[in-house]
Design a protein around this ligand. Structure first.
Ligand SMILES: *[C@@H]1O[C@H](CO)[C@@H](O)[C@H](O)[C@H]1NC(C)=O
Ligand SMILES: *[C@@H]1O[C@H](CO)[C@@H](O)[C@H](O)[C@H]1NC(C)=O
Ligand SMILES: *[C@@H]1O[C@H](CO)[C@@H](O)[C@H](O)[C@H]1NC(C)=O
Length: 390
């Protein structure tokens, strides 16, 4: 008896150790781009770009979903240089990972895409997978090769079977969501034989909000990204011919020209935009802003008004871009940032819902043309927690 239970606990201990060593059937390995160095498809520190790819199975083997990871932008030598030692500028320490949300292999969580080829593209260029330059400096040189990374990874995946795909979807979150907009038509052009190609931008709709405080700061931030990464010639000509290139990272100036069906998921009170892009300039106000944006119940009256005004500006910006029958929308009012990689946000009992639909349900309906999906929360004037059981 005692011996049996000792054996059992040894076995359990061994299983736990195996798990700790990363032998986990759901873990997806990291793949470096094969020709990264000759193609210069490299991260800021010069390490090869890459991705995690979980193979499709069953009737999903010929379908592909490409998820572009986010992580803000760097906009000068110092901030780009700092990324060299982190995953946002290097692949030196990238581990296998587990996939959730739209990348989950679990049918209950991800009913429409669970058995597709699911690819998570690692973000390490600092400018939303566009640009192609290097910065030679007294300190370490910086490689800023976003467009080469996107092209090399797309080409490698085409060779791995994506060129014979039936269905394909380019998705991204945050800076990756902006990238999904910027690279959407280009992605479709590379998939000439694929019958259904669409794109989803998750929390990538960063607004200028010209009449809301700190607009100048928001403009200068994007302008400096465009300048430092030398992006002018990589941004859509339809935009750069109309206005200065620094404004062509704002999706409001891009979305109308996109030819490929595009779905926008965003909160009118996007947590990152509220927290960072409305942050006061004065040191004495910053602490109070931190308190408010961490816990909305601590916001003062003027802070609440600023947040409400931002939400109004978000709606106005969205209404000002022409509608397009192929566009899908899930524009809610809860307080978070990126919704597609988390099981809880994507499709759980507490998930954010509009018209009783989870984001998973809404995106699936739109992707497969089951119905028109234009869901917008126009009733809420102040953000709330996203998960019902929060
Ligand atoms: C922020 O919150 C802390 C802790 O609750 C409090 O001590 C501080 O006074 C607050 N600061 C402002 C400016 O509201
Ligand atoms: C996930 O989505 C499907 C279809 O939209 C739904 O039937 C299912 O109940 C959802 N799963 C959860 C955990 O809510
Ligand atoms: C959502 O579901 C609830 C309960 O099933 C129902 O009462 C309500 O009318 C539905 N709302 C919409 C917008 O469909």
């Amino acid at each position: 008896m005692a011996r049996g239970s000792l054996l059992a606990s040894l076995l359990i201990a061994q299983l736990i150790i195996l798990n700790c060593e990363g032998i986990n059937i759901n873990e997806v390995p990291f793949t470096s781009v094969a020709d990264a160095i000759p193609e210069r498809a490299v991260c800021i520190d010069g390490s090869p770009a890459g991705y995690h790819h979980d193979l499709g199975f069953g009737d999903g083997v010929n379908n592909w979903i490409i998820y572009l990871m986010g992580g803000g932008w760097c906009n000068n030598y110092l901030t780009c240089q700092q990324r060299r030692k982190s995953p946002l500028g290097s692949t030196k320490n990238i581990k296998p990972t587990n996939f959730g949300g739209i990348l989950s292999p679990n049918r209950g969580i991800n009913p429409d895409f669970f058995n597709w080829n699911r690819v998570h593209v690692h973000y390490c260029d600092g400018s939303s997978f566009i640009g192609d330059t290097a910065v030679i400096h007294l300190g370490p040189h910086l490689q800023l090769r976003g467009s080469r990374i996107f092209r090399a990874i797309t080409n490698e995946l085409l060779e791995k079977g994506m060129k014979n795909a039936k269905n394909a979807l380019l998705v991204g979150g945050s800076a990756g969501g902006l990238s999904a907009i910027l690279n959407c038509d280009n992605f479709r052009a590379n998939l000439g034989n694929v019958s259904r190609v669409k794109c989803v931008s998750d929390a990538g709709f960063f607004i200028r909000a010209k009449n809301v405080p700190y607009a100048g700061k928001r403009e200068r931030r994007f302008n400096s990204v465009v300048r430092f990464h030398n992006l002018a010639s990589f941004l859509p000509k339809l935009c750069t011919s109309r206005m200065r290139s620094g404004l062509c990272l704002f999706p409001e100036n891009l979305v109308e020209d996109i030819q490929t069906p595009l779905f926008l998921i965003n909160s009118v009170f996007d947590r990152v935009q509220i927290t960072r892009n409305l942050k006061p300039r004065e040191l004495r106000d910053i602490k109070g802003w931190k308190n408010c944006t961490k816990d909305l119940s601590k916001c003062t009256h003027p802070q609440r008004k600023l947040i409400k005004d931002f939400g109004k500006a978000f709606h106005e910006t969205l209404m000002n871009i022409g509608d397009n029958p192929s566009r899908g929308l899930f524009i809610h009012a809860c307080y978070a940032h990126t919704y597609m990689e988390s099981n809880e946000f994507w499709n759980s009992s507490g998930s954010p819902k509009l018209g009783n639909k989870t984001i998973s349900h809404a995106v699936g309906d739109w992707y497969f043309d089951r119905r028109v999906v234009k869901l917008i929360d126009t009733n809420t004037d102040f953000p709330f927690n996203c998960l019902a059981y929060d």
